[in-house]
Design a protein around this ligand. Structure first.
Ligand code: GDP
Ligand code: CA
Length: 384
């Protein structure tokens, strides 16, 4: 329910805006303005929202968020005046047949840009696979991973840009000029960071203890090969991409959408500096459970959680992120209605939670989820 917030915003819009000073001065000014607004019952104008996302789950949520913001904070041109930044996991990236493939960035770009295959949730609509058939005929493909013809166009252009010296951020910005997502897409890092999985037992040609790329474990083995750990190869020399830390620090609300907590959000959090920025931001940080009724919705996130020793439950994932009040990340957490019994337990652990419908059936239901997440963020602000 963002209606009351919009009405209160009208009051604020009439107030004089103090002159902009330094960046940290601006942050402090916004923090105190938000606090003062909360104390007096007025709610500050929502200006910046940042989402930390993986592929399908986070992309769908962000599409619903943009729809909701467009209703509540319209820009008069069919979009929203709220600046939304999406920080995207690049741990799934890999090089196939010489092409740089960024599965999560592309899923978010196609979903927000209107080119996604709705049935799959990833890849292009109206896709064909003639080129991969040709590659396979040369014995150079991967029978567990197919690149569609239309999708290959994206990978070819990205690879060309990177080869010519562009950073991944620059290449992403270039690709987005075509898709025009109503949000700014930032890779978590411009340096390659690839998630690998250490196999607990042997699998085909891979001996026990070896590391395989996450996508091979996920797509070829359907996350069914026992894993002992995830390793982010390249993390030591990675830094957040330009704009990532600022997007977290300068946001009014940061949302952890229903993305995989281990290999999507977890990988972004592992980039040096990101976790600290989340702890320090004056934004309210709220999350949406990717687990409903003890199971991973559409996917195999349970196998990832088991590998890091976290139960597959909405409550366990929230506790894994932790309460901001006690050194963790969350100011609030949404669980599905079936997980309502977790709400008092989470509250006792310092994580205000609400139970609302969390199935992303279509854009309208997802927009309601996003609205609930924003409500929770504002409620968290009132308690601050
Ligand atoms: P990926 O990179 O394509 O795996 O996508 P994400 O990491 O962004 O999201 C995957 C996660 O989204 C899955 O592990 C599910 O737990 C979650 N998910 C998918 N559909 C839904 C849904 O309708 N509701 C909720 N709450 N979570 C969902
Ligand atoms: Ca992914």
């Amino acid at each position: 329910m963002l209606g009351p917030i919009v009405r209160k915003n009208r009051v604020r819009e009439n107030q004089a805006t103090p002159a902009r000073t330094t960046k940290s001065g601006e942050r402090m000014r916004r923090f105190w303005r938000t606090r003062a607004a909360c104390l007096t019952g007025a709610v500050t104008e929502l200006q910046r929202v940042t989402v930390l996302t993986g592929g399908v789950g986070g992309a769908r949520f962000t599409r619903g968020l943009l729809a909701r913001l467009g209703e509540a904070y319209p820009d008069g041109d069919g979009g929203t005046r709220v600046a939304v930044t999406v920080v995207v996991n690049t741990g799934d990236d890999m090089t196939l047949n010489g092409l740089r493939v960024c599965p999560d960035l592309d899923t978010v770009m196609y979903t927000l840009g209107g080119g996604i295959s709705e049935e799959q949730g990833w890849g292009r609509d109206e896709e064909t696979k003639r080129v991969s058939g040709e590659i396979a005929a040369y014995g150079r493909g991967w029978d567990w991973f197919t690149l569609g013809d239309l999708d290959l166009g994206t990978h070819i252009v990205r690879t060309e840009l990177l080869r010519d010296g562009a950073t991944l951020s620059e290449a992403t910005e270039f690709l987005c000029r075509r898709w025009r997502p109503a949000a700014r897409l930032l890779p978590m890092s411009d340096q390659p960071v690839e998630t690998h999985v250490r196999l607990a037992g042997a699998a085909d040609e891979h001996p026990a203890g070896s590391l395989i790329h996450f996508e091979e474990w996920w797509v070829r083995y359907r996350a069914g090969a026992a894993a002992s750990e995830f390793v982010q190869v390249g993390l030591e020399s990675a830094v957040p991409a330009p704009g990532v830390l600022e997007a977290i620090r300068d946001a009014d609300v940061v949302i952890l959408p229903p993305s995989n907590p281990v290999v999507s959000v977890g990988t972004i959090l592992a980039v040096p500096g990101v976790r600290a920025a989340l702890r320090e931001t004056s934004a309210r940080v709220v999350g949406v459970s990717p687990i409903i009724g003890g199971s991973a919705v559409r996917g195999m996130a349970d196998a990832c959680l088991a590998t890091i020793g976290v139960d597959t439950s909405a409550q366990a994932v929230a506790l894994h992120y932790g309460a901001r009040a006690s050194g963790g990340l969350l100011d609030g957490w949404l669980v599905d209605e079936v997980d309502a019994p977790a709400v008092p337990t989470l509250a006792a652990a310092g994580i205000p939670a609400r139970a609302v419908p969390l199935w992303m059936r279509d854009v309208a239901t997802t927009a309601r989820m996003a609205s609930d997440a924003l409500d929770l963020a504002f409620a968290a602000g009132e308690r601050a």
